[in-house]
Each structure stands twice: as C-alpha cells, then as structure tokens.
Design a protein around this ligand. Structure first.
Ligand SMILES: Nc1nc2c(ncn2[C@@H]2O[C@H](COP(=O)(O)OP(=O)(O)O)[C@@H](O)[C@H]2O)c(=O)[nH]1
Ligand SMILES: [Mg+2]
Length: 445
C-alpha cells in the first residue's frame, strides 16, 4: 500500500449539475473530519456542508466514505459530490490538498486498484476503453472486458499451461523413468489444444482490437470515377464536393463514420493521374501518402470506362483492396458482389445508392466483425502482441516435443508462453508457479 493520499476532480471540466472530488489514501478519515466537521459511517450517503480552513461554507452536497479495502482503489476513499462548477470544485480540491493530499496523476486511482488486486491489467485498460468508446458496440465490448471476460479466457489458458508444465517438470525430476506412451500422447494433445485455443483467442482479440481502433479506409481511383460521391453516400452527408469536372478533389478529406458500431475513418482522395496542374499534382501526391496508411483501399472505377479496371501500377500499398464498379445505373446493371481472382468486386451506384448494403456488409466482414460471438471483448495491440509471442513459444514447444529435443526445452518454451500470457493480465509470476507445484504435492511425497 502506498502511503500518499491522492485527490482529483473526477468529473469532466465545465458546468454540470453535480461535480465530484475523489480522494484516496490513509488521510481520508482526517480529511473527512476537517472538511465536514465530523466522521461519517462508511458506504452511506451523507448530506453535508464542505468547509474551508476557517470553517466557512464552500459548498454542500453528498459525502460518501468507502472504507478500505471495500473501495475502488482498495484504500480509504472519499467522494465529495458537490455542485458541478469549475471554481467551486477547485476550492473543494484545494481544501483536500491543503489537508495533506496531493494531486493524483492520470490513471492513478485505477493504477492503485490494480496494485491492490482490485482489477487485473486487462480490466484496468478496459476502464479507459469504456470511457473512450466512440460507438455503442465498443462500449459494450469494453464492458465485457471490464467484467473479466477477456481475463478469464487468458487465465484459463495460463491454468492449462501451468498444469502441463507441472507434468513436464515432474518427469524432469525422474529422468531415469521411462515416460510412458500415454503420457506422451497426452502432452501432444494438450499442446495442440493450447495452440488452437490461443489461435481462437487471438482471432477474437483481433476483432476486439478492430472495434476499438476502427478501420482506415481510403477511397482511390481515377478522376471522375465517383469517389467523392461514394464518400458522401457512406457518410450520409455532402461533405465532399462533387462535380462533373475531373480533378475536383485535391485535398484529402477525412470523415469518421460507423457501420453497426464499427468505427471507420474514411478518406477521400484526389483521382490518381498525371497532371500539369500544380495543386492537383500535390493532391495526387497526398493521395499516394494516404494509401500507405490504409487498412483497406476502395478502388473506384466507372462502369462505363473499360480502361480503368486496374489500379495504377505506380500505386504502392500492401493492404487489401476492394474494387468498386460505380455508376451501374447508367448501364442498367444490378448491384452485386463477385469474388474475382484479384479479390472482391462490388458493383453499385452512388447516384441511386444501390449496392451500398453489399459494401457495408463487406467492410464489416473485412474487419472481422460481421458475426460477433456472445463473449466478444475489447482488446489492444499490446494483447495481440503478447498472444502472438505466446503462440510462437507454444509452436516451438510442439516442435521440441515432436523432435524429442529434450523435455527441458519444451518446459522452457511453455514457461515463455506463460510469461507472455501473464503480461496480458499482469498477474503471473514464476513464484506463483512454484507455489502451485508444491501445494499440489501430497504430504510425505
Ligand atoms: N450516373 C451516375 N453518376 C455518378 C455516379 N457517381 C458519381 N457520378 C457523377 O460522376 C461525376 C464525378 O463524381 P465525383 O464523385 O466528383 O467523382 P471523383 O472525381 O471520383 O470524386 C459527378 O458528376 C457525379 O455526379 C453514379 O453512380 N451514377
Ligand atoms: Mg472527388
């Protein structure tokens, strides 16, 4: 436990009906005495006057005392719920600081909650993700992670890994005894299962990460293909200027949209062509730049122009591409999605809106969020990275095991995998493992 008492205004800046100052640490009881003038029972709403050093009125409101360890941080916590004005809240805060608290660093309450075992790392991160959610879907998934859905998946994985390590370490202790065939089968099965389970979690974590960070989609193609028109339909706005004049769009235009809760940053660019126009040439250069940052490129071409089928060879990007055959209304064609050897192509019309349901669904499929399982959770790159490293170690463990390079190598890779997974929830240490090995021994063995 840290001895310093921390305080901060917990509600956002500005004016509001209610504003909250939160205090955490050992000095909380003394601060309550000084600010309110008397002690209060834990976990009850107490109407009180908040006093300054001279006993004068600062504000009145509700004071709640959460006694350690039954609080968010696990320490003594005080919430002073007063009126939501920045000056009055600051006066309450300054009073707490004068009484010995110091101003909290960002995230410090949650950090203390983690250090005191109130939440694991993934749950702590989920709090930030919940607060920062931009769509209802990402908020729902962050809620799942906060409730421990993701952590439990990782804990189960670590649990299986630990069991297997215990078994292997036990065989290491008796090198002279032959490892019997059924155990060998069992270990191989377990390794395969662990790998499959990790791959499954990785795939779901990837979905969670996509929903958290969204997709960057760049609209590119030749001039006049209808790129800006498509941006306008997707964003249900007239943000981009549309004219029959080729080379209308020169600036890069960025909009945030969502498709069924999947956040998408959609970027309209200048049509790619060689041009003498100085401004348009800069637009083309910027379009090329955007392509490098895309998760997905929509390559738009005009259904009437047979020449514009292939993206220009000068374009450099290595993300997936969806070809969009626009202006099908002019040819009387039906909207459709076809799988070609070069990838998916969607025929649609920005004029009539036909085919946009196909495009929207396909974008969701590309992001891997078209069918979300009940237990979907929010995830971050850090988690994916740890899962990837853990999977590599498991793969190595299997190789060592099949090639019979030595049980100690298998055990070492399993240890590495466990460390990687442990990083996700911030929980596992090797002491933990030792404790488990010894505690599972019978007395006298
Ligand atoms: N008939 C028809 N015209 C379209 C369609 N999409 C765009 N246009 C027209 O094509 C021209 C160029 O469109 P614009 O969106 O500015 O193309 P950009 O240069 O690729 O951004 C404009 O006159 C649009 O009205 C479509 O689906 N059908
Ligand atoms: Mg345009």
């Amino acid at each position: 436990m840290t001895s310093e008492t921390i305080a901060a205004i917990a509600t956002p800046p500005g004016h509001g009906g209610v504003g909250i100052v939160r205090v955490s640490g050992t000095q909380v009881p003394a601060i309550i005495e000084a600010v309110i003038g008397h002690s209060i029972a834990p976990r009850t709403a107490n109407f009180a006057v908040f006093h300054d050093a001279d006993g004068h009125f600062i504000d009145e409101g509700i004071a709640i005392f959460f006694q350690a360890p039954k609080s968010f941080t696990g320490e003594d916590v005080l919430e002073l719920q007063g009126h939501g004005g920045s000056v009055v809240l600051d006066l309450v805060l300054q009073r707490c600081l004068a009484l010995g608290a110091r101003i909290a660093h960002s995230g410090e309450f949650t950090q203390r909650a983690y250090l005191n075992g109130k939440l694991d790392l993934t749950q702590a991160e989920a709090i930030a993700d919940l607060i920062e959610s931009t769509t209802a879907l990402s908020a729902r998934l962050a809620g799942k992670s906060l409730q421990g859905v993701f952590s439990r998946r990782i804990d189960t994985l670590i649990e299986q890994l630990t069991q297997l390590r215990m078994l292997l370490e036990a065989t290491l202790d008796f090198p002279d005894e032959d490892v019997d065939f059924t155990i060998e089968q069992f270990v191989a099965n377990q390794l395969h299962q662990l790998i499959a389970a990790t791959q499954q979690i990785m795939q779901e974590a990837h979905q969670g990460q996509r929903i958290r960070e969204g997709l960057t989609v760049v609209i590119a193609g030749l001039p006049n293909a209808g790129k800006s028109s498509i941006l306008n339909v997707l964003s249900d706005s007239d943000a981009a200027i549309v004219t029959p004049v080729p080379g209308t769009t020169r600036d890069v235009l960025k909009l945030h949209i969502q498709i069924d809760g999947l956040p998408i940053q959609i970027i309209d660019t200048a049509g790619i062509r060689d041009t003498d126009d100085l401004i348009e040439r800069e637009g083309v250069r910027r379009a090329q730049n955007q392509l490098q940052k895309a998760d997905l490129v929509l390559w738009i071409y005009d259904a009437n122009e047979s020449t514009a089928l292939k993206p220009s060879e000068k374009l450099l990007f290595d993300c997936p591409l969806i070809k969009i055959k626009n202006k099908i209304d002019l040819l009387g064609l039906k909207p459709q999605l076809i799988e070609t050897p070069d990838g998916v192509e969607i025929a649609l019309s920005a004029m009539t809106g036909a085919g946009f349901d196909l495009l929207r669904n396909h974008l969701k499929t590309c992001a891997g969020v078209s069918i979300l399982p009940e237990g979907a959770f929010i995830a971050r790159r850090r988690h994916l990275d740890a899962l990837r490293r853990g999977l590599q170690s498991l793969d190595m463990a299997l190789i060592h095991f099949t090639e019979q390079s030595g049980i100690e190598f298998v055990a070492e890779e399993l240890f590495q995998a466990q460390q990687s997974f442990g990083e996700i929830t911030g929980k596992v240490t090797s002491d933990d493992l030792l404790g488990r090995i010894f505690s599972s021994f019978c007395i006298g063995k």
